[in-house]
Design a binder for this molecule. Sequence first.
Ligand code: ADP
Ligand code: ZN
Length: 216
Amino acid sequence: MFIVLLGAPGSGKGTVGEILTKNLKLAHISTGDLFRENLKNETELGKKEYMDKGELVPDEITIGMLQDRMKNPDVENGAILDGFPRTKAQAESLDKMLLLDGNKVDMALNIDVPFEEIVERIANRRSCKGCNAIYNIVFNPPKQEGVCDECGGELYQREDQKPEVVQNRLEVYKKSADELIEYYTNAGTILTVKAGDKAGKNSYQVAEEVEEYLKK
Ligand code: ADP
Ligand code: ZN
């Protein structure tokens, strides 16, 4: 099974992805994490100039990186794709890639959270330098300030979590979201879930709704 996660940065995409990964026993592929790993290891796929500004890395680089990751044996049963596709070209190349093995995108989950909630959420976010775990200093703080519960690593505010950059990331998201939503609406595979504090739906409830939907 292959599930694509749509939804703005800060919509809970990552958390929903992790829950579904565990429950459905699928691989979790986050292109953002892959790019950050490459940046940390100083490989040529670390695209700091784009990432720090919240701009999209060019399609050919991103698609090539995903193609490599999809060859990993853990993808055999399927995957949750978090942060890919971000453009129509990426969506088309994903379909082609999957079709080669007789697979398809089974569901595109559109997690719909109001932008004003998102801006506040991201401002409160801290990431672990060691293991990439994410905390919210208001709603999901670590036991000890500035220290990761999982690995003891140092927590920091990513360059792209700073308010100016968040605004830009949301603009970038808005531009591509419409065509992706249209793409998967036409494919008949989209599920839109209104989430966030106002909608009264957290990531666990979103994941539950997805699992219910998949059972039908
Ligand atoms: P966000 O939280 O904004 O969704 P991610 O952690 O998914 O950010 O990605 C971080 C950065 O990595 C993006 O701002 C972008 O520069 C790059 N990136 C990740 N996925 C893609 C993609 N599918 N296409 C182009 N660039 C990407
Ligand atoms: Zn950690």
